[in-house]
Structures are given as C-alpha cells and as structure tokens.
Design a binder for this molecule. Structure first.
Ligand code: 3PG
Ligand code: MG
Length: 404
C-alpha cells in the first residue's frame, strides 16, 4: 500500500469538538428509495470512530446537480434515515432548504458529545460549486475540525470539499479517503507486477490522460468498449458504424507508438459483436452478428467484444498480480452485449492472489452483475475522482488537508 502523507482522524482529538465531515452521499435514489447504499456504508467506520471519540458530528454532502436551487427530490432526507439504520442511532436531519440558517446553527451548537446530524444537500446553495469564500467561511464558522471523507468528490474544488479547509486549522482525512488513496496510490507507486490496466467505456475523450499515464505505470493495457474502435480505425481497420472519434486518431497513433517505445503492449479486440442499429430502448432485443476486424460489414456497429477477444484478454490477464479495471467492454445494459464485461469480471475474481481494483462507475455495476463484488481486492467509491487520481493529478480535496 502506498504511504498516505495526510493527517487522519487517528491523529487528532475530537472530544467535545464540533466536527464537520464531508461525505459523498451522492447515491442513486428512486422515489425516495436508495437503490445502492455502497457509498453510505463506506463512510460508517469514520463516523463510528468519531462517535466513539466523543465528537459532535455534523455530516454533509451533495446529491445530484440541483444547481443552487432547492429541489425536494434531491433532499438528503432518505440518506439521514438510512444512516440511522446503519449506525443503529438517531441521526438528526437538519432539514433546511437554505442548508445553514440561524436555527440550524443553534441546533448544532446544542448538540451533545457523540451525537450525529446531517445537513441538507450542499448544492441547494449556489455558492457551493463556485467554491465561494463566504460560504466556505460560513461552513468553517461552526466547526472546530474538518474531516474530508468524500473521496468520490475529491476531484472537485468546492466550498465543502476544498474552500472550507482554508478556514479550519485542523483539516484531516477520514478512513475512506485514506483507504482509497492508499490503494490507488499503490498502483502509481509500487504495483506488484505484472500490472495490467483494463480500460473501456464509450468515450475515448474521457480517458486520454489516463491512457497516457497508465502506459507509464502498467506492464500492459487492455482496451475494450466503445473507445477501442477509434484505436482500431487508427490502425486502418474497417469499423463500420461503430463509435468513432475522428479527432482522436492521432492521439491513438501516439499512444500505440508510446507503448512500442516503452516495450509495453496495448491489447485491442480482434472481433466484435455487432448490430445494424443501436438498441432503443437500450435493453431491447436486436439481431446480432459477430465479425472479426479483417471482414467487418460496414453497415454494422460493434457493441461488445467478441469471443476471440475475450479469449485473448483472458490469456493476457493470466498471472497478473495487479489489475485496475475502469469502463465496461460493451453495451452491458443490453443482455446481447454483456458477455465481454461479464467474462472480465469473472476472470478477475479467479486471479489468485492478485490485487484487483475496480475503478468506479459502470465497472462496479458490471462486477455486481457477475456476482463477484466480494471477490475483488478493492471497489472504488469514486467515478470521476478515481479517473482523475489515476491520471496522476493531485486532487484538490486531498491537497487542502493537513500534512503529516
Ligand atoms: C460522483 O458521483 O461522481 C461524485 O459524487 C461527484 O459528483 P459530480 O460529478 O456531480 O460533481
Ligand atoms: Mg459525476
């Protein structure tokens, strides 16, 4: 594991102090029902530690993108309820569309040691995403200690993730942030080898820096998903109506060249499961046909890796000691284009003694679909934050904390 050079909740004393804890409770909610509480569960160890140490704990988070306006559908009320259940303890919901008001501040002022409260969605305030100094100061005004445990939002420099730390002397990391940075940092510092990167997902434009940076660190890079077709096109293959970003062909050639120079491999699909049309709705049944790239029918679009590619990718993963996977191999929302992602997930679950790390977002869903979540070494709670970290960029939500 990599060394974490930021102070954590283990380095401070919170007894009778008011502790503002920034969490990432940006969870999927349908009709007031939380459909995946992974991110909430992931912060429980931090909250329990602060309760045990006798702090007055004020949790806060954003939810969705309300753009500075109150929206009842984006209230954190369901999260407060779920937290109470998980902690087996009453969590006071500071139900105020203004987030911080005199009433809320009074309630906080009267909290007892070990009590837990949750503020309303921070993004109901337009200042939050602007990292407005006055809001950062307002957040800082009622707390003695600031804890950032919102790894999933650590790539954002907002009032509650970055600005507030300027005005609170003791600003430290929670356990979730510490764990994420230790595991992901290990990949960029001293991974066990062979270290294989697997990248997928639709848009190559989202992954430019991570492709470039992972090439420096890993031994080989497997590329599937929608972004692979631009690489194949760059190599002169017919890709028909498959997803293509013309403007990134030069970039792909540069990366293929870089890999060659570094004596590393970029492994691309050799065949694809294709359809004449993009399924609409996304999970509807469509006619599919598999092509290899030597004889692709140009009326088709590739939507998953084919069986030969699966075999190739499995072989390249044999013996891997460290794997980071970000982005599905195909349109896995549709049963016809699911096999590639499914097989990768299963393969990772079978790698003996390997550190398998799932880099957030859709790959987490793919691993859940294959029912192998508990077989992975680490499932990141970040999406954009994980990508930004693996690009080698310092995250503002970490940079602002006290150094050890
Ligand atoms: C996420 O879900 O990616 C984080 O919570 C950050 O949310 P954002 O993309 O709306 O800033
Ligand atoms: Mg996002």
């Amino acid at each position: 594991m990599s060394k974490f050079n930021v102070k954590t909740i283990d380095d401070i004393n919170v007894k009778s102090k008011t502790v503002l804890v920034r969490c990432d409770f940006n969870v999927p909610i349908v009709n007031d029902n939380i459909t995946d509480d992974t991110r909430i569960k992931a912060t429980i160890p931090t909250i329990k530690k602060l309760i045990k140490d006798g702090g007055k704990i004020v949790l806060c988070s954003h939810l969705g993108k309300p753009k500075g306006i109150f929206d009842r559908k984006l209230s954190l009320a369901p999260v407060a309820k779920r937290l109470s259940t998980l902690l087996k303890k009453d969590v006071i919901f500071l139900n105020d569309p203004q987030v911080l008001s005199e009433t809320v501040k009074n309630l906080i002022y009267n909290m007892e040691d070990g009590q837990v409260a949750l503020l309303e969605n921070l993004r109901f305030r337009p200042e939050e995403e602007k990292n407005d100094d006055s809001f950062s100061k307002e957040l800082a005004s009622f707390c003695d200690v600031y804890v950032n445990d919102a790894f999933g939002t650590a790539h954002r420099a907002h009032s509650s993730t970055e600005g507030v730390a300027k005005y609170v002397k003791t600003s430290v990391a929670g356990y979730l942030l510490e764990k994420e940075v230790s595991v992901l940092g290990m990949l960029l510092e001293k991974p066990e080898r062979p270290f294989v990167g697997i990248l997928g997902g639709a848009k190559i434009n989202d992954k430019l820096k991570i492709i470039d940076n992972l090439l420096d660190h890993c031994d080989k890079l497997i590329i599937g998903g929608g972004m692979a077709y631009t690489f194949l096109k760059a190599q002169g293959y017919e890709i028909g109506n498959s997803l293509l970003d013309e403007t990134k062909i030069d970039f792909c050639l540069k990366m293929l060249d870089k890999a060659k120079r570094l004596k590393k491999k970029i492994i691309l699909p050799v065949d694809t499961v294709a359809s004449l049309d993009f399924p609409n709705p996304i999970d509807s049944k469509v006619h599919v046909q598999t092509f290899n790239f030597e004889n692709f029918n140009k009326n088709y679009m590739g939507l998953d890796i084919g069986r030969e590619s699966i075999k190739l990718f499995m072989k390249e993963l044999d013996g891997a000691k460290c794997v980071i996977w970000n982005g599905p191999m195909g349109l896995f929302e549709n049963p016809s284009f699911r096999l590639g992602s499914y097989c990768i997930a299963r393969k990772l679950s079978e790698l003996k003694g390997a550190k398998t790390i799932i880099g957030g977002g859709d790959s987490v869903s793919a691993v859940a679909m294959a029912k192998v979540t508990d077989k992975m070494f680490h499932i990141s709670t970040g999406g954009g934050a994980t990508l930004t970290f693996l690009e080698g960029t310092e995250l503002p939500g970490i940079k602002c904390l006290n150094k050890k």
